[in-house]
Design a protein around this ligand. Structure first.
Ligand code: 5BU
Length: 264
């Protein structure tokens, strides 16, 4: 099978079913690009999804930044993503106690009902994972969690020890599909991969083909370096949605990312 051949040990060692779903979509479209769809309205988002859908493997959102959010309107984003076989990854960065994180999975945005994947900090302790997972349980859906083991922003407080504790927390839970790593630093990604081992995903924001710095402390590295250092997906925002031709930009990131995986 094509996905197994391309992904090798990752395919054989990841236990979470959504990890396999991602790897299949990625292999089918030959891309490791997760689009950070940081646009302000549902219409803009839907247009972008259709422009780049063939070149990306998942869709990352910040639902609370959508100016015209309503549950009905948001369904257009969900439908557009599904029409391109994209999992929805809400970058919510949950950080509260388990019980409150559970309630934050419902509420206005009802993340549990449409997100396949979410991000969470490990700062509040391991129960946040069970809280989030209980949210999906309530609506009988399966979801996966990415813990922030590193960040791409300068001056962040995620120390080496914090990263190690985060991996210990994630290793203990079947709901943790993988970790967010700092894509701007191949050295950090490589050291994260050594600690994580082969059985979980590492997805990295902070990648851009032309810039080394972004607004307000964002740092960038080259997508090829991040993947060769052990990243399984590159999370790309402005490199695609900020381009004059998002479709062409997405195709370029796809090509670069897929070749890097095959070389790895
Ligand atoms: P950019 O436009 O490619 O810089 O967008 C990066 C996206 O990744 C953006 O949506 C951030 O919220 C997200 N991100 C990040 O940049 N760095 C991090 O450490 C984490 C998430 Br966690």
């Amino acid at each position: 099978m094509r996905a197994e051949k391309a992904w090798g040990a990752r395919w054989r060692s990841c236990a979470h079913p959504l990890a396999h779903r991602f790897m299949e979509t990625a292999a089918e479209k030959e891309t490791l690009v997760v689009l950070a769809a940081d646009l302000g309205t549902v219409d803009e988002l839907v247009r972008l999804i259709h422009q780049v859908g063939g070149h990306i493997a998942a869709l990352k959102t910040h639902v609370d930044t959508i100016e015209d959010f309503s549950p009905e309107n948001w369904q257009n984003v969900v439908d557009a993503a599904q029409s391109h076989d994209l999992m929805l990854f809400e970058d919510r960065k949950f950080a509260d106690i388990g019980k409150v994180s559970l309630t934050q999975m419902s509420g206005v945005y009802d993340i549990r009902s449409w997100a396949d994947l979410v991000t969470a900090h490990s700062v509040s302790g391991p129960d946040i994972i069970d809280g989030i997972a209980a949210g999906w349980d309530e609506v009988k859906r399966v979801g996966g969690i990415f813990l922030l083991a590193q960040m791409s922003s300068r001056g962040n407080l995620l120390s080496d020890d914090y990263t190690a504790e985060t991996i210990a927390t994630g290793t203990a839970s079947p709901h943790v599909l993988g970790y967010i790593g700092n894509g701007s630093s191949p050295e950090e990604v490589a050291s994260l991969r050594v600690r994580v081992g082969v059985g979980r995903m590492i997805w990295t924001p902070g990648v851009n083909l032309s810039a080394t710095e972004g607004a307000l402390g964002q740092r960038y590295g080259h997508p090829t370096d991040a993947i060769k250092a052990g990243a399984d997906a590159i999370i790309v925002g402005s490199g695609i949605h900020g381009s004059d031709d998002p479709g062409a930009a997405a195709a370029t990131y796809a090509e670069v990312s897929w070749s890097a995986l095959l070389e790895r």
